[in-house]
Design a protein. Structure first.
Length: 119
């Protein structure tokens, strides 16, 4: 499966953005899809994932919502109440079997989309 993330940009603190992850492949609906982010000088970290249910990192719970449209092979990350700490390169990733909260559990990765939150 190939993934393409988009939707990043510059937003003021308190604002919202919606990231999109477009996937190829007719069996995309069977994949676990996750969003990760990497801030400058930091390691890539888990944000959210979706399969039959959703799961979020504590830092984004209540502010971010992950969703998918299997008919369109799309996964979204709606980000509300953005803070300066949300500034990062955001990646979508997919895996057929694991798909937990670790980078190593995902076999397929898209390129990142940059989210910059300004004060």
């Amino acid at each position: 499966v190939q993934l393409q993330a988009s939707g990043g940009g510059l937003v003021q603190a308190g604002g919202s953005l919606r990231l999109s992850c477009a996937a190829s492949g007719r069996t995309f609906r069977t994949y676990i899809v996750g969003w990760f982010r990497q801030a400058p000088g930091k390691e890539r970290e888990f944000v959210a994932r979706i399969w039959k249910s959703t799961y979020y990192a504590d830092s984004v719970k209540g502010r971010f919502t992950i969703s998918r449209d299997n008919a369109q092979n799309m996964v979204y990350l709606q980000m509300n109440s953005l803070t300066l700490e949300d500034t990062a390169l955001y990646y979508c990733a997919a895996d057929l079997y694991s798909g937990g909260t670790s980078v190593s559990e995902y076999d397929y990765w898209g390129q990142g989309t940059l989210v910059t939150v300004s004060s």
